[in-house]
Design a protein around this ligand. Structure first.
Ligand code: PLP
Length: 228
């Protein structure tokens, strides 16, 4: 069943890429709230990269799935007091949005692991309730990541404001592409622009997403906390 959903999403990515005249993005399967068995099922169907929002939840799943060669991305807000665990448990942290986190992750990335891949999260719509740095703070934060030991700057991530207006969402993705291109001029090694979720894969791909983060379209709707 999940294999079928993976097939449809992969097809959707390929179609979106063809329509946009761009390379197909990588698929990050967002497995928050899903049991380890669901991750294992998708892994058996060929999916390798998984995104989790909470460090504790990810650690529990990783313990169950240790035998599988998976790539784990942290896509939820990271509190400084969890930076040590995150630095050891993940292959990528997509939500670096302040200098304090850069120092903590660099300090705690285990020496025997490869460098931790880092994306800077941008609050692209300036939402008061959202995490992420302001667009104007990207260059300084990127320079800090690039200079830090044990970290590798890979690019940018954003969660645009939910809006019924597709043009507004596409405009946010386009501004992210502008920031990404400006950043690449200073850091030619960056290669990752993480944006787009189940509902807006096509818009994000049209604006140059290289990674889309998809939960619902793969696993079905998540249970709402407190529901049932
Ligand atoms: C939950 C989540 C997703 C996946 O959203 P869907 O709409 O279920 O595809 C993507 N990115 C982040 C940061 C998330 O928290």
């Amino acid at each position: 069943m999940l294999a079928q959903a993976l097939h449809s999403v992969t097809q959707r990515l390929a179609d979106a890429a063809r329509a946009a005249g761009r390379p197909a993005p990588r698929l990050l399967a967002v497995s928050k709230t899903q049991p380890a068995a669901a991750v294992a099922e998708l892994a058996a169907a060929g999916q390798r990269a998984f995104g989790e929002n909470y460090v504790q939840e990810a650690l529990a799943k990783q313990a169950e799935l240790r035998a599988l060669p998976l790539e784990w991305h942290l896509i939820g807000h990271l509190q400084s007091n969890k930076a040590r665990e995150a630095a050891a448990a993940f292959d990528w942290v997509q939500t670096v949005d302040r200098a304090k986190l850069v120092d903590a992750l660099a300090r705690h990335r285990p020496a025997e692991r490869p460098a931790l891949n880092v994306l800077i999260q941008v609050n692209i719509d300036g939402e008061a309730s959202k995490h992420g740095c302001a667009p104007r703070d990207v260059p300084a934060l990127a320079a800090a990541v690039a200079a830090a030991p044990r970290l590798r700057l890979r690019g940018l991530m954003a969660i645009p404001a939910p809006s019924p207006d597709a043009a507004a969402r596409r405009h946010a993705f386009a501004r992210m592409r502008g920031l990404f291109e400006a950043l690449a001029a200073a850091h030619p090694g960056i290669d990752t622009l993480s944006m787009g979720m189940s509902d807006d894969i096509e818009l994000a791909v049209a604006e140059g997403a290289t990674v889309v983060r998809v939960g619902t379209a793969l696993f079905g709707a998540r249970a709402k906390p407190g529901a049932g």
